[in-house]
Write a protein that binds this ligand. Structure first.
Ligand code: UDP
Length: 431
């Protein structure tokens, strides 16, 4: 439903469909971010249209999430799965479809918030032809990603160039952690406006509840020690490190340990190869009987997994933010995570979890061991972890900051102001 009283804005998320199922190779944090930001902005009074590529013939062209928030799927290439590595050539068609949609609605969005570098290109093309205000969130940065890739993709230079240009040309870029801001400044450009606004989580859904109830719901033995992983199957997520660390602990005489791995799509999707590799490794290491591959789990059931766990492990090689960390902590589960990127921002070492060297199997095994076998400390951490997330990362608080930023940018464009002079509102608790 369009409303004349509301200011319409567009969120663009080329490959990450806000209405998609989460947890498969292509669907992860970006889908969750755009969907929650969109819905919460609508609740704050905006008319929010979220644009993504239509990647299936059977999906609806428009999904209405709430009266003032919808996902609009645009034609750009075949209506089937296309790897994001091959999507750039379809972005001109995405741009045409976006403009055609605006024409049919008889409107122009004054503010466009793009997500990921492919959408950044669309945003900058729109900026050339109309007076839009442009905001961008990266979600992933080539300058970091390519440092650890053996094979650099063919479009590497194009992506690096677009990621630099968007920082220099957008009205404002959003870094989701101070660590991401530093990376942008040191590896991308010293020019352009950056504001730090973190990602958030739904603290009504991810919250402290009864562990006994969660264990019963998932039919888990109450005497078992449960180690949990939640996320996509991607080599950079470091699942191999976790599996090897778990095998170390298991061989160290602890019999009642269980590893639950949540996430992943069907075997014929691109993440299938990594899942098969991890499954083979689990067999090789002799931990098959104590490992469960739970598959993709929706946010309706996921809180039970976090609550049932004794520790949640995030062994990523890099994370600009890392939603899983705040979801786990919101449920009162201490985390053992790689000491990288946004995880250094969200986790308070020794108070809400532990940060250890990425890819270091022994360090992960030690961290997991410390948490599994110190009940008194864990009881304290449980409360601290949940309180920390409630205070700093509720979607409503985070989205108020975004909403204020949009207002500032729009007001500045009307007044033709040159100075940025913006002061970030402090984080406000949910209403
Ligand atoms: N996720 C989910 N079900 C799954 C696996 C993952 O809902 O089976 C969600 C998870 O809860 C989180 C997101 O996918 O909200 C992953 O975000 P994160 O920032 O941790 O990683 P990304 O996918 O962006 O690399």
């Amino acid at each position: 439903m369009l409303s004349l009283n509301r200011q319409a804005i567009a969120l663009i998320s080329d490959h990450a469909d806000p209405a998609a199922e989460i947890g498969s190779e292509e669907a992860g944090g970006q889908n969750v971010y755009v969907r929650h930001v969109g819905e919460t902005l609508a609740a704050l009074g905006w008319q929010v249209d979220m644009f993504t590529r239509k990647n299936h013939t059977d999906t609806e062209a428009i999904v209405q999430h709430s009266p003032h928030c919808r996902t609009i799927r645009l034609k750009a290439g075949a209506e089937s799965y296309i790897s994001r590595d091959l999507l750039f050539e379809h972005m001109p068609e995405f741009l045409d479809s976006f403009q055609a949609f605006q024409r049919t609605q008889g409107m122009n969005y004054p503010l466009v918030h793009t997500n990921y570098w492919l959408s950044a290109w669309v945003g900058m093309e729109l900026q050339k032809t109309s007076g839009i205000q442009l905001i961008h969130t990266y979600h992933s940065l080539a300058a970091v990603k390519y440092q650890s890739l053996v094979e650099i993709p063919h479009f590497a230079n194009t992506r690096l160039k677009i990621e630099r240009e968007i920082l220099e040309r957008a009205n404002c870029v959003i870094a989701t952690s101070p660590q991401e801001q530093e990376t942008l400044r040191s590896l991308v450009s010293t020019r352009g406006q950056i504001e730090v606004i973190p990602c958030g989580t739904d603290t009504n859904n991810f919250r402290l509840t009864s562990k006994t109830h969660a264990r019963a719901k998932l039919k888990l033995d109450s005497r078992e020690k449960v180690v949990l992983y939640v996320g996509r199957f991607d080599e950079r997520k470091g699942i191999e490190t976790l599996v090897r660390a778990f095998a170390l602990l298991k061989s160290d005489e602890f019999k009642n340990l269980k590893l639950i791995i949540v996430g992943g799509s069907s075997a014929n999707m691109p993440d299938g190869a990594e899942r098969i590799r991890i499954e083979n490794l689990v067999s090789e290491l002799g931990i098959k009987d104590s490992t469960v591959f739970a598959g993709r789990i929706g946010h309706d059931v996921l809180p039970f997994y976090y609550t049932a766990a004794d520790v949640c492990v995030i062994p990523s090689h890099y994370e600009p933010f890392g939603l899983v960390a705040i979801e786990a902590m919101a449920c009162g589960v201490p985390v053992v995570a790689s000491n990288v990127g946004g995880l250094k921002f969200t986790i308070i070492p020794e108070e809400t979890g532990l940060l250890v060297e990425p890819k270091n199997v022994e360090a992960f095994a030690n961290g997991i061991h410390r948490i599994l076998f110190d009940e008194l400390w864990v009881r304290k951490m449980r409360k601290q972890a949940s309180a920390n997330v409630n205070q700093r990362f509720s979607w409503s608080g985070v989205t108020i900051q975004l909403s204020e930023l949009y207002r500032h940018v729009l007001a500045r464009s009307i007044m033709h102001e040159q100075d940025w002079s913006y002061k970030m509102p402090s984080m406000t608790r949910s209403a």
